[in-house]
Design a protein. Structure first.
Length: 506
């Protein structure tokens, strides 16, 4: 056991913009390690509280050169990249990315690879596993067969504030007092608290060099999904839930059903549902030989719920399942050239003088979305969100990570925060399904008298003829939607200012 080893290690974290990676980085830093993060979009990590303590570089696990650069001088490499998407090629993409990572880790002299995969059922032929579980298992095997010692942690359902599994459980239970459910709600599962996942990940960095194996990791409770929903209702003091199972809901229909009820879109819900078709229970707890369990750990299911719910109530959700952009979502940055040499760029501009302080206006701007809505024609926004979910998009129900504060990379309903200059600019990039790329900018400017001026730009870069048709077909609605938004934001700022008079704090 290497628990007495207190050396500071140099750790690389891939997937740092995601749910687990974004939480692992500060844990590694607090354990005394140096951390380098590799991200396709480094700016997404700019506003994290730990950003000044970690090195952030640009890279992609499918690009051998950038992977090699990221791994230079690294002792322990964390591989937290997954492809939660449909399509015939995602398994091949995962396979090649893992092979590139393993080979470049060997060349860079990395001492250990740590991978978080999925818990696979025993005695189930590989061909019967869901494509996503099968791919997770294959990636783990690639690392275990590589020349670099590897720790592969295999977890089932992760319970923590903001996790996709927790959000799915939460919304299904809270919104449906009577549930017609798929048969997989009777499948046994061994959930694990996110705190224990992070503890195992951090502890894996110091495993002896001869350890090269997979470990099952789970909490102390083995339950069915139905029992999880009933226990959630008890913990949250909801009335008893009535659950009726039906056998005909396929994983695809289950995904659509979950996408209809919860903020988790069908594209993500389907692989989650597929992974619950088979029993996923730990067959050993040998991880404790290398990462000993402290008193009170592993955390039980009910306690994990209590901890997650407390963080939600306290608005201390540091990362969410939507922290990482879903595959297929638009990611092109707003062009700096307003004429965009690559083609047309349609712009809708609005500007208003606001009889309120810039501080009051900014509070409204930064608080937009989620429970506060979009300040215009709520029915139109709701219909647009519903249509987006029907065609496989994220819809409006992702909400916000924090009710008052935003940071670059946050998901915000069907937008993503692309840029934020506190007190001045909020730029959102659309992640709804569109025949083009779209952004929404909101500016807060002071005038000569110290009052606020609100400026708003909606921008759209069409893709092909369909994109141009789309813009002109919705153009008549802009006066209602975007004009109403500007006016209502100005009114909300006036109300905000009257509730909270400005005090100069220096």
């Amino acid at each position: 056991m290497s628990g007495r080893d207190t050396r500071s290690l140099h750790c690389l974290v891939t997937g740092a913009t995601g749910y687990i990676g974004g939480r692992l980085v500060p844990e590694l830093l607090d354990a005394g390690h140096r951390v380098r993060c590799m991200a396709r979009s480094p700016d997404k990590l700019r506003d994290h509280p730990w950003a000044g303590r970690a090195e952030v570089i640009r890279g992609d696990v499918t690009d051998p050169d950038s992977v090699g650069d990221a791994l230079r001088g690294i002792d322990v490499a964390y591989y937290l990249v997954h492809a939660l998407r449909a399509g015939h090629d995602f398994e091949e993409t995962d396979r090649k990315a893992a092979q590139v990572f393993a080979e470049r880790a060997r060349a860079a002299g990395v001492r250990r690879i740590v991978y978080l995969g999925g818990l696979t059922p025993a005695d189930v032929p590989e061909r019967e596993l869901s494509p996503h579980l099968r791919s997770r298992a294959e990636v783990g095997e690639i690392f275990l067969r590589s020349a670099v010692p590897a720790t592969v942690l295999r977890a089932a359902v992760i319970i923590g504030s903001g996790s996709a599994s927790f959000e799915m459980l939460r919304y299904l239970t809270e919104r449906l007092p009577v549930m017609v459910t798929p048969s997989w709600v009777g499948t046994r599962i061994q959930p694990i608290a996110v705190r224990d996942v992070l503890r195992y990940l951090v502890g894996s960095a110091r495993m002896p060099a001869e350890v090269n194996r997979a470990f099952d990791v789970g909490g102390p409770d083995v339950v069915t999904y139905e029992q999880m929903m009933r226990r959630y209702a008890v913990v949250t003091r909801l009335p008893r839930r009535f659950i009726v199972r039906v056998p005909m809901l396929t994983p695809r229909l289950s995904g659509l059903w979950i996408g209809l009820i919860t903020p988790v879109p069908a594209s993500l819900a389907r692989p989650l549902a597929e992974s619950l078709r088979h029993e996923v229970v730990c067959h050993e707890h040998e991880i404790a030989q290398y990462v000993p369990d402290p008193p009170g750990a592993p955390i039980g299911f009910d306690q994990a719920l209590v901890l997650a719910l407390q963080r939600v109530r306290d608005a201390r959700v540091t990362t969410r399942w939507s922290s990482a952009a879903l595959p297929g979502a638009p990611s092109d940055p707003l062009p700096s050239d307003p004429d965009w040499a690559g083609g047309s760029l349609y712009v809708d501009r609005r500007a208003l003088a606001v009889d309120a302080s810039p501080k009051a206006l900014w509070q409204v701007i930064e608080g937009i979305g989620g429970d506060n809505g979009w300040y215009s024609f709520a029915l139109a926004w709701a219909v647009r969100g519903r249509l987006d979910r029907l065609v496989g998009g994220v819809g409006l129900r992702r909400g916000r990570r924090d009710p008052a504060r935003l940071r670059v990379g946050d998901s915000l309903d069907f937008w993503r925060v692309e840029e934020i200059e506190p007190g001045r600019l909020l730029r959102l990039r659309a992640e709804m399904r569109l025949p083009g790329l779209a952004w929404l900018e909101m500016y807060c400017d002071p005038d000569e008298q110290g009052r606020a001026r609100y400026r708003q730009r909606a921008l759209f870069h069409p893709h092909g003829l369909l994109g141009h048709v789309y813009w002109w077909s919705v153009w008549p609605c802009h006066a209602v939607v975007f004009g109403g938004m500007a006016r209502n934001i100005a009114r909300a700022a006036l109300r905000e200012g009257s509730r909270r008079p400005d005090v100069n704090s220096g």
